[in-house]
Design a protein around this ligand. Structure first.
Ligand SMILES: [Ca+2]
Length: 199
């Protein structure tokens, strides 16, 4: 057993070193258990909202599994009727085969009135969405779901993923995301401060 464990550790070490040598970053994982973390940045283009950190166990909402209660949610700014909020990944390259996984919950007073949409952003332009999770935006959806998608390959290293959330300022409207995992991405820097002009 000790030999097997040692062998597995060696294999893990070799895989890790191999990944470092070829410039492949490890998976970028954010479970929001210690706040918003350093990889994903929220930004509002004056449309009245942000992604904010919340402890789901403090709120009247569908609960996460034990030990996984930290999440990020879209909230309108004070006095705003709605929120359009962007959550940006670091600058990365997305080779063919790059994937994103996430857990999400979306609810809206009016069917389809909230949106959760994933896009790539390149050269300051938001590209066509590659994943639209808006279809569960109903008044009675109280279920966390998981989604996984291939990220369209990028041509440059100056590319991000944008997780766009839109909801109205109604008590039933809610958008929450947890356990974001980026797999198969390249990028030596995974924590680049966001400036909108650099998006
Ligand atoms: Ca969590």
């Amino acid at each position: 057993m000790a030999t097997l464990r040692s062998g597995l550790l060696s294999l893990l070490l070799v895989s890790t070193l191999s990944g470092m040598l070829t410039g492949c970053a490890a998976d970028i994982i954010e479970n929001f258990e210690n706040g918003m973390g350093s990889n994903w940045k929220t930004w509002s283009d004056d449309n009245g909202g942000h992604w904010l950190w919340r402890n789901a166990s403090d709120l009247d909402m569908p609960q996460r599994p034990d030990g996984d209660s930290g999440v990020t949610m879209v909230f309108p700014n004070e006095g705003k009727d709605s929120a359009a909020a962007h959550l940006y990944s670091p600058l990365l390259t997305f080779p063919a085969g790059a994937k994103i996984k996430l857990s999400y919950w979306i609810r809206s007073m009016y069917i389809g009135a909230a949106n959760l949409i994933l896009k790539r952003v390149e050269g300051g332009q938001e590209l066509n969405p590659f994943l639209d999770l808006s279809s569960y935006a109903t008044p009675d959806n109280n279920e966390w779901r998981q989604a996984e998608a291939d990220v369209p390959a990028s041509q440059t290293t100056q590319s991000r993923i944008c997780i766009f959330g839109f909801r109205r300022n109604h008590k039933l409207d809610a958008i929450a995301v947890d356990n974001l995992v980026l797999t198969g991405v390249d990028g030596s820097e995974t924590s680049i401060p966001l400036h909108p002009a650099a998006v």
